[in-house]
Design a protein around this ligand. Structure first.
Ligand code: ASP
Length: 321
């Protein structure tokens, strides 16, 4: 349960950086921190480093988030994003991704097979089509028409893991496995432009055809240039049922700090779900002044942050003791 102790812990965890959100202080009034980039999980640090190469030379947040998450999409040792992602029940790797720019434009792909960089396809959906989202074969056809090559993205390691899983073949969503989750990234560039990206292979061994929260604008990711951005990781179904990232941004619009907004969105899930103890949800938020918030349902969610002063990973506070 949420306790006073959590509050104090949050405060302590927040002192490392000027604008890491302190839930006890709604308006810090300490000015704007930019550029800054945050992303989910410890592996986000590697993605942030790439994003920072762009942000640090006054580049655009949109390029930074796309290039940043592509590092993880290409990393075959990561088994929940891009190449090397764990397959569904039928042994097929199906990818979900979405992106939003500093004008609130959005692009998304879901249930996409054979393409190692779904985030780049999502950006093309946003920039080169009148649509927001393409799915399955249509998304693949579009990717191929834009010059992407069909690849085998099921690695030997992922195939072996699937074959092992098949022996017991229990469909049970994984709660929280360190270093195995969606990468979502939010960045604020030196011009004040905000962008976000989110990419995943989704739940391991999901039913074929399952699409999670990650490519759904407002669920896995939402950016409102006037307010800030938010992103989610964890059990997508619970995030979708509460339109989580949109909720976080709307709460920020109503005056909550990024930290308070993440906390309220997690609490809503904890109260609505029958068995919150069986799932993990993590929210990450970035205000347009560079203020950061993060909160999860269970222990274990971390995020990576980079700005002019630091590159660090932070353990998020959590709801369930
Ligand atoms: N949110 C992702 C999904 O449900 C998975 C994750 O972040 O762990 O597909």
């Amino acid at each position: 349960m949420f306790t006073r102790r959590n509050f104090i812990h949050t405060t302590v965890a927040s002192t490392g950086s000027l604008l890491l959100s302190n839930p006890l202080t709604q308006n810090l009034g300490t000015g704007v921190r930019k550029p800054v980039v945050v992303s989910t999980w410890d592996f986000g640090q590697k993605a942030n480093a790439r994003a920072w190469e762009i942000l640090g030379r006054q580049g655009r947040a949109l390029d930074a988030v796309e290039q940043g998450v592509m590092v993880i999409e290409a990393d075959t040792s990561n088994m929940t994003v891009g190449v090397g992602g764990l397959p569904d029940r039928d042994g097929k790797v199906t990818l979900d991704a979405c992106i939003m720019d500093e004008h609130g434009n959005a692009g998304s792909v879901c249930f996409l097979e054979h393409i190692s960089h779904p985030i780049a396809v999502a950006r093309m959906v946003m920039e080169r089509t009148p649509h927001v989202m393409l799915a399955g074969e249509g998304a693949l056809d579009f990717a191929l028409s834009q010059g992407f090559k069909k690849e085998n993205i099921l690695t030997k390691e992922a195939k072996n893991a699937w074959e092992k899983w098949k022996k017991s073949a229990e469909y049970k969503p994984i709660i929280n496995v360190e270093n195995h989750d969606t990468i979502a990234m939010l960045a604020l560039d030196s011009q004040g432009g905000l962008a976000g990206a989110c990419t995943t292979s989704g739940l391991a061994y999901k039913l074929h055809g399952r699409v999670g929260d990650s490519p759904i604008i407002g669920a896995g990711l939402y950016v409102d240039p006037e307010i800030g951005g938010a992103a989610a990781t964890g059990l997508g179904e619970a995030v979708m049922r509460t339109v989580g990232s949109f909720l976080v941004v709307e709460l920020m619009r109503q005056g909550r700090s990024p930290q308070e907004a993440c906390m309220e969105a997690v609490e809503r899930i904890a109260k609505r779900e029958k068995r919150p103890q069986d799932m993990q949800i993590g929210y990450l938020a970035l205000g347009r002044n560079g203020e950061v918030g993060a909160y999860s349902l269970q222990k274990g969610f971390t995020y990576a942050l980079q700005d002019e002063e630091q590159s660090t990973t932070v353990a998020a506070l959590y709801y369930l003791e």
